[in-house]
Design a protein around this ligand. Structure first.
Ligand code: FES
Length: 139
């Protein structure tokens, strides 16, 4: 018997926000943000509390051509630590990731990944993404 979609099955639904503070580190910038759930969301980039939302809220360049609705793969990141606190990608995210260059097992879309706060998280922004964001800044 189906119990209906889970909160992360479509990009238009909202993933659960973390219930406790956690550290989110962006590499190679080596910028660590202490994420307080009370501060989320920072804006309207991707799912509320997503890694993209947090990056944009802290002036960290991270390309996001579709605005954060899982309709491109430009916000591709590599979760290097704390992946167990990032809910699994849904089918839509996986389909978009298939189009991302440099795909790895730890690849995620920053706009769809909302850490649950159970662990510190370390993400790497791929070179090509940083270069693109620098050349084509978003407002
Ligand atoms: S910004 Fe387009 S998929 Fe994340």
């Amino acid at each position: 018997m189906s119990e209906g979609p889970t909160p992360n099955e479509t990009s238009s639904e909202t993933a659960a926000l973390p219930r406790r503070p956690y550290s989110l580190t962006f590499m190679p910038q080596e910028v660590t943000i202490e994420v307080d759930p009370a501060d989320l969301p920072f804006g309207d980039h991707g799912l509320p509390g997503s890694i993209l939302d947090i990056a944009m809220g802290h002036d960290i360049d991270l390309e996001h051509a579709c605005g954060g609705v899982a309709a491109c793969s430009t916000c591709h990141i590599l979760v290097r630590g704390g992946s167990d606190s990032c809910p699994e990608a849904n089918e839509l995210e996986e389909d978009m990731l298939d189009q991302a260059p440099g795909l790895e097992l730890c690849s995620r879309l920053a706009c769809q990944t909302v850490p649950d706060g159970n662990n510190s998280v370390v993400v790497e922004i791929p070179d090509w993404n940083r270069n693109f964001a620098r050349e084509a800044p978003h407002s």
